[in-house]
Design a protein around this ligand. Structure first.
Ligand code: SF4
Length: 608
């Protein structure tokens, strides 16, 4: 059953909070008391939920709420000038609201527009390629009464590059609504699962869990209700390929969700759309409507007995960790979006305790294509371990940023040529949770071939040994590909990354919450030229502790970039750190405690 939007049950809590925030621009103490009462939860718990999300406010956030993107790519462009222009024009500092409550100015991490930085959202309308002048004009026009709808002309997204050979592209061929779905007339759910398993399609959001296996587990769990959730919470900094699919190819997604529903026996589908992509909601709703009109959603789809499926959209409220599937489900259930310990996998007990498949947008979009083109044609693309293609979101120092569809197996050096990378020095591959690549990686291919276990990959100490061992190892990315040339400050990029994890850690486990905070301070110290070799050793040590002892993927991957940057760019750290002996030891802890040590020794000797 589709949850009714107006029922005061936990699964509607985030919707209700959005409704209030939209009406009043913030959630007041009275609102909290009323909702807590209606939903039968404590005010403290409710405040904990509200404060968990970036986009819910306890104070008036202004009639026009501006969120300026402060991610690392935004800072390569005009972030500082645009920030100053907004602050000057509005007469307020970042994080405040004007006295007349007309404007609120806040910063936020990556909003999925890294190909068009510097960008901002105003009441969730996107404004891209901002300059200081554009920011000033924008404010003047809003003050003059122009509507945001009129001022924002965000276009349909185009793919920057797709393989020239039509048989090598999966996503961007012309298609008719229902092309893949119609194949179901001749396929049983088990046939579909087998085909997806044989295709080796795996989670394209970055986890790369085999999709067919996930579907099979879900199918095998008997239940009166199952769910398909599309994870459209594309929060990994530098990734925006799902934005393009959602913006220009929503039909493909809905078709993929319906096929998944048929395969596992689910009748309800949800698209968990990140709040940063609210502007895409209307287009997706139109696509759902088209499917309803064409009777490709609803009851007895295509005349197939028991094939009932519906799709609705759930809007997130700004939390990177909700990209993790158990956190996403918790968020949909009206709780803080914190990851669970996976006592049960979602395919066993997921949304509202029912078997649930959570798949990324790109994964689901690939399914109708697979059915339509057939397994043989699909397997003819890509590599043995990773057949098919991959969408990469390219940003930073290159002449052609945008979304690229490439066949798995392309060499990194060839991809750099394709995107017009100028003097590539460092590549942030797979986002902030990924790794730093340097010229030692250029010969490697983008694929899932010969992968090493994560822990091995991040324990190399010597760049030469690393280059030797990793030369034949593929590179897999969920989609983010950020290029930096030599003029960029690597330490500033790393600072942006650690600050990001400090802000986005849900705080439930100590290594992730405290460890990333301490790393951020260490980087500050190094950036200021006060770092020493022992700081470097501590960073290494703490990074591994955080990796090994954090509960979820956020913590486990939060130090990947730092570790790989230290391995591949030691010179960057050497120029910023000193030997202990270089520091003025005006204060020496050993000398300062010498008397104390002597006293202790004397006391101890009296007991001998
Ligand atoms: Fe939360 Fe970080 Fe622990 Fe994940 S690793 S559960 S984000 S504190």
């Amino acid at each position: 059953m589709i949850p009714d939007k107006h029922i005061p049950q936990r699964f509607n809590l985030v919707n209700v909070l959005w409704d209030i925030q939209k009406k009043r621009r913030y959630i007041s103490k009275d609102d909290i008391a009323k909702i807590a009462n209606e939903f039968n939860i404590s005010k403290t718990e409710l405040e904990g939920i509200i404060s968990f999300y970036h986009f819910f406010h306890f104070k008036d956030a202004g009639k026009y709420t501006i969120y300026l993107n402060c991610s690392t790519i935004s800072k390569l462009y005009n972030y500082h000038e645009v920030k100053k222009a907004f602050e000057d024009e509005l007469g307020i500092k970042m994080g405040n609201t004007t006295k007349d409550k007309m404007f609120g100015l806040f910063q936020t991490s990556c909003i999925g527009l890294s190909d068009q930085e510097t960008s901002a959202l105003i009441n969730y309308y996107p404004f891209t390629n901002l300059t200081a002048e554009k920011a000033r004009t924008l404010i003047a026009k809003i003050r003059a009464g122009h509507s945001l709808q009129e001022l924002c002309n965000f276009p349909k997204d185009n793919i920057q590059y797709k393989p020239e050979d039509e048989n090598k592209t999966i996503f961007f061929k012309p298609f008719e609504i229902g092309d893949g779905l119609k194949k179901l007339k001749k396929l049983s759910p088990e046939d579909v699962i087998k085909m997806v398993e044989d295709s080796k399609l795996s989670g394209r959001g970055g986890a790369f869990f085999p999709t067919g296996t996930k579907w099979k587990y879900c199918r095998n769990n008997v239940s009166d209700q199952k769910y398909i959730i599309c994870n459209a919470d594309e929060g990994e900094p530098g990734t925006f390929k799902d934005r393009v699919l959602l913006n220009s190819y929503p039909e493909l997604l809905i078709e993929g969700m319906a096929i998944a529903g048929y395969a596992v026996g689910a009748t309800e589908g949800f698209i968990y759309l990140r709040a940063e992509y609210k502007y895409l909601k209307e287009g997706i709703e139109k696509a759902i409507e088209n499917f309803n009109q064409a009777k490709l959603l609803g009851k007895v789809i295509l005349g197939i007995e028991n094939f009932d499926f519906n799709v609705q959209i759930f809007i997130g409220a700004g939390a990177y960790v909700c990209g993790e599937e158990t956190a996403l489900i918790a968020s949909m259930e009206g709780k803080r979006g914190e990851p669970t310990t996976k006592e049960y996998f979602p395919v066993e007990k997921g949304y509202l305790g029912k078997p649930t498949v959570v798949n990324n947008v790109e994964t689901l979009c690939a399914v109708p294509r697979l059915l339509e083109m057939g397994l043989k044609n699909y397997l003819a693309i890509g590599t043995k371990s990773t057949p098919g293609t991959k969408l990469l979101s390219v940003s930073g120092d290159c002449t052609k940023p945008g979304v690229y569809e490439i066949e798995w197996g392309m060499k990194l050096k060839d991809f750099l040529v394709l995107i017009g990378a100028n003097d590539p020095y460092m590549i942030l591959f797979n986002g902030f949770a990924g790794e730093c690549l340097s010229s030692v990686d250029f010969e490697r291919e983008i694929s899932g071939e010969n992968l090493l276990a994560d822990q091995i990959q991040f324990t190399f100490k010597d760049p030469i040994e690393y280059a030797h061992k990793m030369s034949g190892v593929g590179l897999r990315s969920g989609g983010s590909f950020m290029v930096f040339n030599q003029s960029r400050s690597l330490i500033s990029v790393l600072k942006n990354i650690t600050d990001f994890f400090v802000a986005e850690s849900c705080g439930i486990c100590v290594p992730c919450r405290t460890g990333n905070f301490l790393l951020s301070r260490k980087i500050d110290k190094i950036k200021l030229g006060h770092g020493s070799k022992s700081d470097m050793e501590e960073i290494q040590e703490w990074s591994h502790i955080i990796k090994q002892s954090s509960r979820c993927g956020l913590g486990k991957t939060s130090t990947n970039c730092l570790l790989t940057a230290m391995l591949k760019f030691p010179e960057e750290f050497e120029k910023l750190t000193k030997d202990e002996s270089d520091f003025n030891d005006a204060f020496n802890i050993d000398r300062a405690t010498q008397n104390y040590d002597n006293i202790i020794q004397e006391i101890e000797s009296t007991y001998d």
